[in-house]
Design a protein around this ligand. Sequence first.
Ligand code: HEM
Length: 218
Amino acid sequence: MTYPPGTIIRYSTASRINHWITGICFTLLVLSGLSMFHPFLFWLSNLFGGGQWTRAAHPWIGCVLFASYMGMIVQFWRDELPSRDDIAWLRAINRVLVNNEEGVPEVPRFNAGQKFVFWAMALLVPVLFFTGLVIWEYYFSGYTTIEQQRIALLVHSLAAIGAIIVWITHVYAGLWIRGSMRAMMHGWVTPGWAYRHHRKWLRRLVETGSRGPLPRRQ
Ligand code: HEM
C-alpha cells in the first residue's frame, strides 16, 4: 500500500479491512434485526430476500460481526485504555463540540469519546452474540427453557437499542471531523490533522521517528 508523501498512517490496511467488515455486518444486522423487531418494519426483510431468509441470515452475520470485533479489540485495546488525558479532554468537551480545539488538552491516538465507543461495543457485541445464541432456535432451542429464551430476547433487544445509539453517535462523529473518513478509507491523515485532533499521538510518532500508526519502540 502506498501513501502520499509527507502523510501519517493512522490505520493499517488490515485494521481498515477489519473495521469495514465490522461496519458492513453491523449495518446488515441493524436492517435485518429491525425487520424482525416490529411488523411496521417488516418491509426491510425484502432487502434479504424475505422473512425466512432474513431470519436465517441474521445470526450468521452476527457470528461474523463477533469474530470481526474481537479482531478489532486485539488490534486497538492498548490505545483505548482509559488515561488522565480523557478527564482533561472531557472537561474541555464544550470547546470540542463547537469545533474550537484551541486550548483543549493534547489527545493521544484516541480521545475519550472514541474510547467510549470502543468499550461500549466491547460490552454490547458479546452480549448480543451470547444472547443471540440462546434465541437461535434452529440450533440451540433444546438447551434452554422458554423462560430463559424470553429473558435472552429482552436483553438482546435492549443491547441492540444501546448499540444502535452508540453506532449513530460514532458515524456522526466520523463524518463531522473532516479527514476521519479518509483515515478509515485510505489509512492516512495529514500532519495538520494529527496536530489538531491527536497532538500527543503525533508527538510520540515524531519522537520515535515513526510514520504511524504506532510509535517505534525506543
Ligand atoms: C458502518 C458505519 C461506520 C462508519 C461510517 C465508521 C466510521 C469510522 C471512522 C471514520 C473511524 C476513524 C475515526 C478516527 O480515527 O478519527 C472509525 C474508527 C473506529 N470504528 Fe467505525 N464506523 C462505522 C461502523 C463501526 C462499527 C459498527 C463499529 C463497532 C462495532 C466501529 C468501531 C470503530 C472503532 C473501535 C474505531 C477506532 C476507534 C475510534 O475511532 O472509535 N465502527 N470508524
